[in-house]
Structures are given as structure tokens and as C-alpha cells.
Design a protein. Structure first.
Length: 142
């Protein structure tokens, strides 16, 4: 009689334990994936942005190119993060032939799923950043 009373309880217990383990695991996996995607996008913006800036004809054109590249790369990677970039130049003006240009890009990645897990206190965003350096080419066409 006691065997019939507990029949099917193992499958119910398994479902309860599986949900309590897999839901946080999936939330953590999705969050880490979003952060990694933002890091890849930030590195791509830095690398391609500094190249485009170094090859531009003026600082204004270079700034527009970096902004356009930032927008395109974030869309391509599906990143919703806010990003900012900052240039540092070894020469003045910045596009002096043979000078170094350093572009630092940082993004604030919103963390959506992990803060809702009980017992965890995490900040609502994670900052990722990347830096790339390029030499302004010495070409005769400029």
C-alpha cells in the first residue's frame, strides 16, 4: 500500500529540482554570453575605428567614421550596450604623419537576468573596454 502512495513522486521531485537548478544556470549562461558579445563588439570598434580614423582626411571625418563604425558593429553583434570612445594622439594635430593614435572604447552592458536570482547582489551593468593603437600612415595623397 505504501508503494502505491508514492508512485510518481520521483518524477515530480526531479522536475522541481531540475527547474531550481536549470533556470539559474540558463540565466547565468545568457548573461555571460551577452557580456562576451559586448566585449567582442567593443574590441572590434576599437580596432576598426582607430584604423578608419588614421586613414581619414580630417579629425571631423575621422570622428564621424568612428561613430558610424561603433553603430554598425553594435548592430552586427546585437549589442544594446551604451558605448563611448576616447582618442589620444602622440602628435598635434592628431593626424600628423607617423603619429600614433590610440582609441579606447568602453561599453556599459546591462545585466538583465542575474539580478533577479534570489540571494545575489550584482550591479545592474558591467563595463567592458578595449584599446587599439594605429600609426597615421605616411602617404603622399593627404
Amino acid at each position: 500500500m505504501t508503494g502505491a502512495k508514492h508512485r510518481g513522486s520521483a518524477s515530480v521531485e526531479f522536475v522541481i529540482v531540475a527547474i531550481s537548478v536549470f533556470v539559474p544556470l540558463i540565466a547565468l549562461t545568457v548573461t555571460v554570453s551577452e557580456i562576451q558579445s559586448a566585449q567582442f563588439a567593443t574590441a572590434a570598434v576599437a580596432r576598426q575605428g582607430v584604423r578608419a580614423y588614421a586613414l581619414s582626411t580630417s579629425s571631423a571625418v575621422g570622428g564621424r567614421r568612428v561613430s558610424a563604425i561603433s553603430k554598425l558593429v553594435r548592430e552586427d553583434f546585437g549589442v544594446d550596450a551604451k558605448s563611448a570612445w576616447k582618442l589620444a594622439c602622440s602628435a598635434n594635430p592628431c593626424l600628423t604623419r607617423g603619429g600614433l593614435i590610440r582609441l579606447t572604447v568602453s561599453s556599459e552592458v546591462p545585466i538583465v537576468m542575474v539580478p533577479m536570482l534570489p540571494g545575489l547582489t550584482v550591479p545592474p551593468t558591467v563595463r567592458v573596454s578595449a584599446t587599439a593603437t594605429h600609426i597615421v600612415p605616411v602617404v603622399s595623397g593627404r
